[in-house]
Design a binder for this molecule. Structure first.
Ligand SMILES: CC(C)(COP(=O)(O)OP(=O)(O)OC[C@H]1O[C@@H](n2cnc3c(N)ncnc32)[C@H](O)[C@@H]1OP(=O)(O)O)[C@@H](O)C(=O)NCCC(=O)NCCS
Length: 186
């Protein structure tokens, strides 16, 4: 499928890339648009997933992997160390023009590979879900993460753990913690 679009590659962004304002703004746009769709109705209107300065900080910290098709940036994921054994990924987003073409899968694989090569034994992700209804996009993600080897290990009240961010929620949400062992042979 991705072949129809061109050559899909992923790379951990070099900290120097923060100077590329167009690239940073494009990534911010992709993330905010993807989350506005995927988490529609869950946040107060106008809430953004990430701002330019926050993303620049994550790039500086070498935590952002970008996906490109030919030279076009089409998505990204944040990957970061949680403790000695566990790494996490988040802010996974693909441009709507490439949904369903393997960009998400390639980004998760790149995040896992990066964590594994840094010595991680497990990968974690967090899935925010509304407490009052079924959000189709989240059901699809849960199915996908299950197929990819992740298992839900905990579910917590978002407002209890992140009271400041929760003031922007439109509905009460739980966040599920999912984990996957990163075996050496994966
Ligand atoms: C999550 C996201 C990055 C996936 O991007 P993508 O490029 O569509 O991902 P892929 O094409 O690699 O597909 C991922 C999986 O979803 C499946 N999928 C894709 N489109 C689908 C659709 N319309 N219906 C059902 N399944 C679908 C694919 O088959 C694939 O599963 P597989 O690996 O078992 O074959 C993208 O949907 C997105 O940006 N979502 C909004 C932000 C978000 O919710 N982020 C994650 C928060 S935890």
């Amino acid at each position: 499928m991705a072949d129809e679009l061109g050559t899909l590659v992923t790379d951990l962004l070099d900290p120097g890339v923060v100077e590329d304002a167009a690239l940073v703004e494009r990534l911010v746009e992709i993330v905010n648009h993807a989350y506005a769709v995927g988490e529609a109705g869950m946040w107060v209107a106008g809430t953004k997933r990430v701002g330019v300065e926050e993303l620049r900080g994550l790039i500086r910290a070498s935590e952002i992997v970008a996906a490109r098709v030919d030279d076009r940036v089409v998505g990204c994921v944040r990957v970061h160390r949680l403790d000695e054994a566990v790494w996490g990924f988040g802010m996974l987003a693909a441009d709507s023009s490439v949904h369903g073409t393997g960009v998400g899968r390639a980004l998760v694989a790149a995040a896992e590979e990066h964590a594994r090569s840094a010595g991680a034994a497990e990968m974690q992700l967090e899935l925010l879900v509304p407490g009052d209804r079924v959000q189709e996009s989240k059901v699809r993600l849960a199915d996908w993460y299950s197929r990819a080897g992740y298992r839900a290990v905990d579910s917590r009240d978002f407002a209890e753990d992140f009271p400041d961010l929760a003031t922007s929620l439109a509905v009460a949400c739980d966040y599920q913690i999912w984990r996957k062992p990163l075996s050496r042979g994966d």
